[in-house]
Design a protein. Structure first.
Length: 309
């Protein structure tokens, strides 16, 4: 019985994982949620595409480990449609007769209403350069023997099964809150007609644009944190991304990685021609694989097996 030793270097695993990293894309399906605030409702839409960058690779005794793997985005678009409660000012009676209750003086400011559409206004934010997170991922080595069926050969397999990833805090740049507030202020200001008493009355009814925006979004003082929580808890972007990452990892490293057919075809079948011109087909040379095993250190994986004809 012959003995087989195969060494698979750390670079093979590293190159395989970094190829997976470079080709990884998660298309974020266009999703919408509605938030009911005190002065109306906001429908928020999110879509985009995530990718993986950087990362430090290690080969350990029973696993691969990739740390400081950045999750960034080719696209990450947020759109907010605001449907605000209707506000009307002016019109009606300014002073009533105290004796008969009839109108003595009509309001010189004609009735003016705003926020009558649905949505009343929409704004879009390109979050692509402003949102990122970092994760660490372990892949556990696993050995299995798969019995062949329906003409397929049996196989010894070394696969990598993803472990639970460690995810860092989702980072949303401070400027996002400022961008959101400025765009919403401008959009609402554009809905207010004129710059005279009608505008003054509407602004008085609104009670200040800054607080009005937060009441519309059901948000606190920090709009950047509102966006972060929206992405994390309402859209659950990180959870969906990790589920997709696990499926893609399994497809590339668990379902298939290193496989050895048993018996292993050392020499393929071949048709040869003799000197007299006749042809004959030589059968393949098949070698059985027994006592398959592997060991891992920081530099390589060493696979050993016994071969039998």
């Amino acid at each position: 019985m012959s003995h087989l030793t195969v060494a698979v270097s750390k670079n093979v695993f590293r190159d395989a994982f970094f190829t997976f990293r470079d080709n990884f894309r998660y298309e974020i399906p266009a999703t919408s949620i509605t938030i009911n605030g005190l002065v109306g409702s906001a429908t928020v839409h999110l879509s985009g595409e995530a990718k993986l960058e950087n990362g430090n690779f290690e080969l350990l005794d029973d696993r691969i480990r990739v740390s400081e793997l950045d999750v960034t985005f080719n696209r990450l678009n947020l759109r907010i449609d605001l449907d605000l409660n209707r506000i009307c000012v002016g019109g009606g009676c300014a002073i009533r007769n105290p004796i008969n209750g009839e109108c003595a003086v009509r309001n010189p400011i004609p009735e003016t209403c705003i926020f009558e559409d649905n949505p009343d206004t929409s704004i879009g934010l390109d979050l692509t350069p402003y949102v990122r997170t970092e994760l660490s991922l372990d892949g556990l080595f696993q050995q299995e023997y798969v019995q062949g069926e329906q003409g397929n050969p049996s196989q010894w397999k070394v696969t990598i099964l993803p472990d639970i990833p460690d995810v860092d805090v989702l980072d949303v740049a401070d400027v996002v809150g400022e961008m959101l507030e400025n765009q919403l202020k401008e959009a609402i200001e554009n809905l207010i007609p004129g710059d005279g008493p009608v505008e003054d009355l509407i602004l008085q009814a609104i009670g200040g644009l800054t607080s009005f925006i937060r009441r519309a979004l059901d948000a606190g003082d920090d709009l950047g944190e509102w966006v972060r929580q929206l992405i994390l808890t309402r859209f659950q972007l990180i959870r969906h991304l990790l589920e997709f990452l696990e499926r893609a990892f399994k497809e590339n490293f668990h379902t298939k990685f290193l496989t050895f057919n048993d018996p292993y075809e050392m020499v393929k079948k071949e048709e040869v021609e003799w000197e007299d011109g006749s042809r004959v087909e030589l059968p393949p040379v098949l070698i059985g694989i027994k006592d398959f095993n592997f060991e891992v250190n920081s530099d390589e994986m060493k696979i050993t097996a016994n071969l039998s004809s």
